[in-house]
Design a binder for this molecule. Structure first.
Ligand code: SF4
Length: 328
């Protein structure tokens, strides 16, 4: 065990200033970070407490969207009247994640940065994990890989993003607002979360000392016809084997816009615009839903224990489309 400095930030600017040295970490809810620190996976030299810097508000944006402060708790976000009424997909996804106790502590910013639950990463008894020990290899490729990726994996890493919230935010085209030493910037979520490539050590595009300040949602085109379906080994407190976030904008019984994001299948939530386009301009039908589902998993590659995910992901998409699109 090494000594860890602890400082409390006054505001976002102060937090960024405090973070500009060595291996520092911001701590909000701490539900993921503290577990990883206890296991020796994360070893920061300094923790910066950001729980008193504000940023927990949920407020309407001038153009009709919604701004969710990075420190809004998951339970507060899921149960907020504006989220429930305008973005039910996000509310469903949040409530499908973790346990009530964890949702009461965990923040939206922390949820965005959740680290993969690959056992070779979270248990330092294993000596092979490119994410934790760059260059050591990926033990999951030939080992336990039932929960791992079927899409977008690399030679270096086949872990999946564990967050339910991130799947809904991807379907809703959220934007992540950050501030850092270089000022503020807005990053579309599709570009904020990343595939492993040959640098699996990180799951996002934040620069050193950058702090997430909010997640912005565009005006709600998808309210009436959405569904989040999570398939897991038990009915609560389990990570997704696969999940599907479906959001449809319907007009006169036909789909005007479609969004489908898959969770549990890749290092980031998986979207395929060509699959979504297959649904546009007509009512949701079983045949079209199956075509879209097949398109989403095109190019999927299974490992020894996770071949079932290819079929399961497609069934989850069809089922979620059935529920979102009012299909019999
Ligand atoms: Fe490590 Fe990624 Fe391989 Fe798991 S899948 S052992 S996190 S490199």
């Amino acid at each position: 065990m090494h000594a860890i400095d602890f400082e409390r930030a006054r505001d976002a600017g102060h937090a960024v200033q405090l973070a500009q040295q060595g291996n520092t970490k911001f701590i909000g809810g701490g539900t993921n970070l503290l577990d990883l620190m206890k296991g020796g996976v994360e070893q920061p030299i300094k923790l910066i407490d950001i729980t008193r810097i504000g940023l927990a508000e949920i407020s309407e944006l001038p153009g009709g969207g919604l701004r969710i402060g990075a420190l809004a708790r998951n339970s507060d976000t899921a149960n907020h009247p504006l989220v429930r009424s305008r973005y039910p997909l996000l509310s469903q996804a949040l409530l499908a994640g973790a346990s009530p106790q964890l949702r009461n502590m965990a923040t939206v910013g922390g949820n965005l940065l959740q680290r993969p639950r690959c056992p070779y990463f979270t248990d330092t008894a294993f000596s092979m994990c490119n994410k934790r020990l760059p260059g050591s290899g990926c033990a999951a490729r030939e080992g336990y890989n039932r929960m791992h990726a079927i899409l977008g994996a690399s030679e270096a890493c086949i872990a999946v993003n564990p967050s339910d919230m991130n799947v809904a935010l991807t379907a809703l085209d959220a934007t992540v607002q950050v501030t850092g030493p270089g000022g503020a910037r807005a990053i579309p979520i599709a570009g904020f979360l990343r595939l492993p490539g040959d640098m699996p050590q990180t799951e996002h595009m934040l620069q050193p000392a950058e702090l997430i300040t909010s997640v912005d949602l565009p005006p709600p085109a998808f309210t009436a016809n959405t569904f989040y379906l999570k398939v897991r080994d038990r009915t609560s407190y389990a990570f997704a084997l696969v999940s599907a976030a479906v959001a449809l904008e319907m007009s006169g019984g036909a789909v005007r816009q479609a969004r489908i994001a898959l969770g549990g299948v890749a290092h980031k939530p998986w979207r395929v615009p060509a699959a979504e386009a297959l649904l546009v301009g007509q009512p949701v039908s079983e045949a079209r839903a199956r075509q879209a589902a097949a398109k989403l998993v095109e190019g999927a590659r299974a490992f020894k224990e996770n071949r079932f995910k290819i079929e399961m992901a497609q069934r989850a998409v069809v089922s979620a489309l059935r529920r979102a699109g009012g299909m019999a």
